[in-house]
Design a protein around this ligand. Structure first.
Ligand SMILES: NC(=O)c1ccc[n+]([C@@H]2O[C@H](COP(=O)([O-])OP(=O)(O)OC[C@H]3O[C@@H](n4cnc5c(N)ncnc54)[C@H](OP(=O)(O)O)[C@@H]3O)[C@@H](O)[C@H]2O)c1
Length: 446
């Protein structure tokens, strides 16, 4: 590979610019365009050559774009990414198609790529990484996980000499805002979602966020990076937050915990697992105090110990900051005629089924306050080898009490196997001592 080092003495205007094709000019793309156009001297200082916007592909070319030259715009993104005078393609369209086809074409044309597209990477990251490596160019995607927070490069590069054992993240700002509102105001899920939508923190169709699909895509990227392996979004266990009630929030508070939608990636001797679900987290845990629409990622590494990354996980400017970091890195590599380190895949780990995961659980059961009930419940737990750490009993007031269901047992288990807890809960549901199905929420970070 040839190296074309810039002459540091040459004035920037005499150095040929690197040319960037921008795909998408929406919430993030418009901010990236602004930063490229308004900070040319900073970029020259960092890259060694000017960086120029060669074209911007959008869906609606006629739409007014404040401060941007209308001659830059096209609605033919394929023609733009296959131009020979392009050096770097920044993809901020989102979704699978046409983004996948466009990026494969860009990589095949020898253009390095920067993208924030977690959905695409979680489904086709392997294909894109291989295409980048095959063509000796870069594929960078810092903004795809947790917006402005630097987490992709720390896992890919800074911690590559260590052994990451576990990553726990709050990687979806919408759900964190909703759960935070439920915790601080006592609102129902529906009311907190409506509030999030009114404030612009949730989409009109919030499914991808509240059902955990967005977090699952990011969990797949985190697991692939942390364990230097390959995992897709559809291999991540996923539960959303739509079933969380004010009673769940209160029961968490009683244990000095809050409920968070967590993306948990863990590696053990038998394999790896990534899962997204609501979990009780102690208020005293670093993730317990992450409020509003913020994101955070907590990394446990064998040698480094515990590391916490916190910051804005979305928004035009914060996300564009991460994209610009990638752009400068990729542009520097391009100036030097090299590509950065490829995404290393050292190991193909088996992906463990959720049934084998061991964690702790809070289980709430309505029972009759009668002699022998506690013993009957304890026997069912013992039968399924689910060991109890604490049991709290509290009186029930109101309608359920009239039917004779006068007490709630709030149980915290020791670490137990997921399938054992499932079987235990099924037997509890059938038991005459228990009213209705128990409420079960996993507990992390305790
Ligand atoms: N928004 C955030 O806070 C955030 C945070 C982290 C990551 N991301 C990721 O960043 C990416 C962009 O998100 P965004 O919020 O900026 O999206 P957005 O506001 O919806 O913008 C999408 C842009 O893509 C253009 N576009 C759509 N289909 C196209 C097509 N077929 N050909 C060419 N252009 C097309 C749209 O054109 P028009 O303008 O003409 O409609 C628009 O400019 C996504 O992958 C997203 O997951 C976003």
């Amino acid at each position: 590979m040839t190296t074309t080092r810039p002459d540091p003495a040459a004035p920037s205007s005499t150095r040929e610019p690197l040319r960037v094709a921008l795909l998408g000019c929406g919430v993030v793309g418009s901010q990236v365009a602004r930063m490229i156009l308004t900070r040319p001297d900073d970029i020259v200082a960092r890259v060694g050559r000017p960086v120029e916007l060669a074209g911007i592909a959008v869906a609606h070319v006629g739409r007014p774009r404040h401060g941007l030259d209308s001659r830059l715009f096209t609605d033919d993104p394929m023609a733009l990414v296959t131009r020979d005078d392009i050096d770097i393609v920044i993809e901020l369209i989102g979704g699978i198609d046409p983004a996948r086809t466009l990026l494969l074409a860009a990589l095949e044309h020898g253009h390095s790529v920067v993208t924030a597209n977690k959905a695409l990477l979680a489904a086709y990251g392997d294909e894109l990484n291989k295409a980048a490596e095959a063509h000796g160019v870069d594929l960078y995607y810092e903004a795809a996980v947790a917006g402005a927070i630097p987490i992709v490069r720390p896992l890919r590069e800074s911690l590559v000499g260590d052994q990451v054992t576990r990553v726990m993240g709050i990687v979806n700002g919408t759900t964190n805002f909703i759960l935070d509102q439920m915790t601080t105001t006592g609102a129902s899920f529906e009311a907190a979602l409506a509030d999030a939508q009114a404030r612009g923190f949730a989409e009109a169709d919030p499914t991808a966020d509240v059902e955990g699909y967005d977090a699952a895509a990011k969990a797949a990227l985190l697991a692939s990076l942390a364990f230097h392996t390959r995992m897709r979004g559809d291999q991540v266990y996923r539960e959303g937050i739509t079933g969380i009630t004010p009673d769940d929030i209160e029961a968490a508070r009683d244990m000095d915990c809050v409920i968070k939608l967590l993306a948990v990636c863990q590696a053990g001797k038998d394999g790896i697992v990534a899962r997204v679900h609501p979990a009780l987290v102690p208020v005293s845990h670093p993730l317990g105090s992450v409020s509003g629409a913020f994101n955070a990622v907590f990394v446990e590494a064998r040698e480094a110990g515990h590391l916490m990354f916190l910051g804005p996980g979305a928004g035009g400017s914060p996300t564009a900051s991460a994209v610009m970091g990638d752009l400068v890195t990729v542009a520097r590599n391009s100036v030097r005629g090299v590509a950065g380190p490829p995404q290393a895949v050292f190991d193909e780990y088996p992906i463990l089924p959720m049934d084998d995961v061991r964690t702790r659980f809070q289980i709430r059961i309505q029972v009759r306050d009668e002699p022998g009930v506690l013993a009957a419940v304890a026997t069912i737990f013992a039968h399924h080898e689910v060991s109890l750490q604490t049991v709290q009993q509290s009186a029930i007031e109101g309608a359920d009490k009239a039917d004779g269901w006068s007490a709630t047992l709030k149980i915290l288990t020791h670490e137990a196997r997921e399938s054992d807890v499932e079987a235990c809960v099924a037997e509890l549901t059938q038991s005459k001592a228990v009213n209705a199905a128990p409420r079960v929420i996993r507990v992390e970070g305790m």
